[in-house]
Design a protein around this ligand. Structure first.
Ligand SMILES: [Zn+2]
Length: 454
């Protein structure tokens, strides 16, 4: 077995209808489509990210005729019968015609299917999915490329930027699944008070984008039980109100400086209830002490009253180094729940920073590269879909079996890095004839894929 066929099997196992979903995208009327089917073009675009080619031009060089199996493998992935390859301009024209919305829709269908088939259920906390929200820079240009660029002056030069705010669902085995996206631009800064600090403008921007993001998310996933898992920026009246308006629980990082009066109440009440305490030793030998208070009252700057719970964890490692974390949450805390709320909830946040945007920037997916100056949002969603597929392959048991046959424990140990894994996938796509049975959508339904949760 080889990584390419494992990708095809994983794909058909989780998303047997993927090509049928692509068929629902309307047919743009433009010339190359007479030659290239939209399913083929979409797979061509996904290959850019699955194989981490880093720039659109590389499609023309890496997926060209000296890879004798490229056409055959892509044709079978897309269920098409193309006898030639497009060039990267063809993909660009296609995406410019259809826009970003159908690709965002495709991502939504894939996530809904994973949720419906309970593939992500192992990561639920008290029945809720943890949804991590984080912002990131996305594109930076040294010239204005649209009316809505955010601008930032650096000495004599002005940078033109686009930022993004994402909701990512935390799946099993550290998977991070993009489920909703809002692009932040100068429409978000327009109402900032004159003379406001850059930090204040950034906070306003993100909070405003958060409300839009949750509206989009709820339109796609109205019933999903969600616990928002956010940094301290969101621990404020608007952050609590958004959670309430969109029917979510929350675990937000509790920074003393962000909510000083509430922090003092919390510390005072902790002293009054010494029995609300759990001690635990981690497998690595660190001593942890968890303490909590339920029912803290808080009035925000708009006069709204809130009742919330707070917890803190103090960890002392074997060298005696102390670290403290605190969170505010809507979840009830007691001796049974406090550790899981802190460890599976609060501290799970680091994964988004490591597995989410960091991976997308640094492992070859090249998130901050301007794949296009016009339809960049479409490429953004293609990247998210490809990253989801790569994670399903990486964390799934099919690739782990392959690794173990070669005496390695994980996929990353087998290939050395995620970037190498994509390189092997590219070689596989180019030179390896993937066996017909891995494309058989009835056959792969019988296979089992379990997550590497070790
Ligand atoms: Zn712009």
């Amino acid at each position: 077995m080889n990584i390419g066929p494992i990708l095809a099997q994983t794909l058909n196992h989780f998303f047997p209808e993927l090509n049928a979903w692509i068929d629902q995208i309307y047919d743009p009327r433009f010339l190359p489509l007479v030659i290239y089917h939209k399913r083929f073009l979409l797979w061509w675009g996904l290959s850019l990210f699955l194989c981490k080619l880093s720039s659109r031009r590389q499609l023309d060089y890496q997926l060209n005729t000296d890879g004798p199996e490229v056409l055959n493998n892509l044709n079978r992935l897309a269920s098409t019968a193309q006898d030639s390859r497009p060039v990267n301009r063809t993909l660009e024209c296609f995406l410019a015609k259809i826009g970003a919305a159908p690709i965002a829709g495709l991502r939504g269908q894939m996530v809904r299917r994973l949720i419906r088939t309970k593939a992500l259920d192992a990561a639920r906390l008290q029945g809720r999915f943890l949804v991590l929200i984080d912002g990131s820079g996305y594109l930076v240009f040294n010239h204005r490329h649209c009316d809505h660029c955010l601008t930032q002056r650096h000495g004599d030069t002005t940078l033109y930027m686009h930022q993004v705010l994402e909701a990512k669902l935390l799946g099993p085995a550290g998977m991070v699944v993009s489920i909703a996206t809002e692009f932040i631009d100068n429409r978000d800064t327009a109402s900032a008070p004159a003379g406001a600090s850059q930090e204040r403008v950034k906070q306003d921007c993100e909070l405003k984008a958060l409300r839009r993001l949750m509206k989009t998310l709820r339109a796609e996933f109205p019933q999903l039980r969600i616990c928002l898992n956010n940094d301290g920026l969101y621990a404020c009246g608007e952050g609590f109100q958004v959670a309430k308006d969109y029917n979510c629980d929350y675990i937000y990082i509790f920074q003393p400086g962000r909510l000083p009066a509430l922090w003092e109440d919390f510390q005072g009440l902790l002293r009054l209830c010494p029995e609300q305490r759990v001690e635990w030793t981690t497998p690595q030998g660190a001593q942890q002490v968890y303490r909590w208070v339920n029912g803290l009252d808080y009035q925000d700057s708009d006069g709204r009253d809130w009742t919330l719970n707070a917890l803190e964890c103090t960890e002392t490692d074997k060298e005696g180094k102390k670290t403290e974390w605190s969170w505010v949450t809507s979840l009830d805390l007691d001796h049974k729940t406090v550790v899981e709320v802190a460890t599976r909830g609060g501290r799970a946040r680091w994964r988004e920073e490591n597995e989410g945007f960091n991976t997308q920037k640094n492992s070859g997916l090249n998130l901050e590269h301007a794949y296009s100056h016009t339809c960049w949002a479409a490429y953004y969603y293609l990247l998210q879909i490809a990253h989801l597929l790569l994670q399903l392959v990486e964390k799934g048991s099919l690739l782990r079996q392959l690794a173990q046959e070669q005496g390695k424990r994980t996929a990353v140990a087998l290939f050395g890095s995620l970037k190498n894994m994509a390189q092997r996938l590219l070689e596989s796509l180019r030179f390896w004839h993937w066996p017909d049975e891995v494309f058989d959508r009835t056959g792969v339904r019988g296979i089992q894929i379990r997550w590497d949760t070790s």
